[in-house]
Design a protein around this ligand. Structure first.
Ligand code: S3P
Length: 429
């Protein structure tokens, strides 16, 4: 388990690009593999999570060439995958496991999904339950709640499902199964979660209708291979946005960031807290909105964060907590119990780390209250094996006079290989 030290900074300045969007990278492999013809993907995230998805499809007979810049996926068509000879290892990746569960439920073969100790502890019934309603045959530990999951593919039927949670992984698993089902599949959710699956399915030629509160897909659609340019991941950019906002004397440009409205909650929140954040050169690439971001140091104020903002910023809460720790007043986060079942319990992990930095934090079942401080204290922070906790506390440490450390930082490679080097390139010491 590697750790590193972080010194306080006197500015974050320059121009960067962040690696490709993780959600879109996963989906490019999945949809490209079950499309007919060739899909070329540029900007693919070479992080461990997306690479786990790539290896799973290779294990099901999909040929993927990689020249270091472009992935060329030779799609097998909807029914062309072959039975894997061993279990499919999803590593730390909830997206790989939950979306694959939906896709594998409709195949004509048997498969088993597993992952690391963190992933094996995460809830899976949220996908197993609706898939079972479609006729899927899935067994797992703890009555189907935990991986490994064993899936005997079979003929599925479309359902109308009212999801109790706003989760793109749940929605996407059902839509992937719906591609193989008889009839239409409808998913409704309390608030709209990220819609990359819907957008990419349309890009590949499927009939997908979004309506207020939900989405409808017709079974049996044939997908055609397409080119995909993966934009920079707003979830990775978020660490740099917060760094530039909280370290005085900063001005940072982040080029080519995906700004899909179902993902821009973090921009709305940071602007609501008084952050000087500007979107430049808005454009569209492969059906996804993209822009450059300019961020300047700002005096932040506390905010109440709940409701529809929560799914639109779900992965950015660790970084938002760091901004809240330096904002004037008490930031209240609610409706966010999903944070307790991420790669780690992110409410408990951020509360523990921020307290080490001298911040007053109260945990609630579905969120937390953070009393902002004028400055943070240097400390030995713990990643809890979670990439986003590790990167958030690295950013927090930039404002703490002296030297801090962050433990167990190898997990950063799941979503953001090169994070530390990219940060070192813009930090003014
Ligand atoms: C993701 C959906 C979100 C997010 C995860 C990626 C996706 O999870 O936290 O990092 O790619 O669909 P939930 O669906 O559990 O909210």
């Amino acid at each position: 388990m590697n750790s590193y030290t972080v010194n306080s900074a006197s500015g974050v300045r320059g121009e960067i690009r962040v690696p490709g969007d993780k959600s879109i990278s996963h989906r490019s492999i999945m949809f490209g593999s079950i499309a007919s013809g060739v899909t070329r993907v540029t900007g693919f995230l070479r992080g461990e999570d997306a690479l786990a998805t790539l290896e799973a499809f290779r294990a099901m007979g999909v040929e993927v060439e990689d020249d270091g810049e472009t992935l060329t996926i030779h799609g097998k068509g909807l029914r062309g995958l072959s039975e894997p000879t061993d279990l499919l290892d999803c590593g730390n990746s909830g997206t790989s496991m939950r979306l694959l569960t939906g896709l594998l439920a409709g195949q004509n073969f048997f498969s088993v999904l597993s992952g690391d100790k963190y992933l094996r502890a995460r809830p899976m019934k949220r996908v197993v339950t609706p898939l079972a309603l479609m006729g899927a045959r899935i067994l797992g530990r703890a009555g189907g709640e935990k991986a490994p999951l064993a899936i005997q593919g079979c003929q599925l039927k479309g359902i109308e499902y009212d999801s109790p949670i706003s989760s793109a992984q749940v929605k996407s698993a059902i839509l992937l199964a719906g591609l193989y089902a008889e009839g239409d599949t409808v998913v409704r959710e309390p608030h709209l979660s990220r819609d990359h699956s819907e957008r990419m399915l349309r890009h590949f030629g499927a009939r997908v209708e979004s309506f207020p509160g939900g989405v409808r897909l017709s079974g049996g659609a044939q997908l055609s291979g397409r080119d995909i340019a993966v934009p920079g991941d707003i979830s990775s950019a978020a660490f740099f946005m917060v760094a530039a906002l909280i370290v005085p004397g900063s001005e940072l440009i982040i080029r080519g960031v995906g700004v899909n409205p179902t993902r821009t909650g973090v921009i709305d929140i940071l602007k609501g807290m008084g952050g000087d954040l500007e979107l430049l050169n808005p454009r569209e690439e492969s059906g996804e909105p993209v822009a450059d971001l300019r961020v300047r140091s700002s005096k932040l104020k506390a905010m109440r964060i709940c409701g529809e903002l929560v799914p639109r910023a779900i992965d950015e809460f660790p970084a938002i907590c760091v901004a809240a720790a330096l904002a004037e007043g008490v930031t209240v986060i609610g409706d966010a119990s999903e944070l307790r079942v991420k790669e780690t319990d992110r409410i408990a992990a951020m509360a523990a780390n921020l307290r080490l930095a001298g911040v007053e934090v109260t945990e609630t079942p579905d969120g937390m209250e953070i009393t902002g401080q004028g400055s943070l204290k240097a400390a030995a922070f713990d990643s809890f094996g979670d990439h986003r906790i590790a990167m958030s506390m690295t950013v927090a440490a930039l404002t703490a006079p002296g030297q801090s450390s962050v433990s167990d930082v190898d997990c950063i490679a799941t979503s953001f290989p090169g994070f530390r080097e990219l940060l070192a390139g813009v930090v003014v010491s």
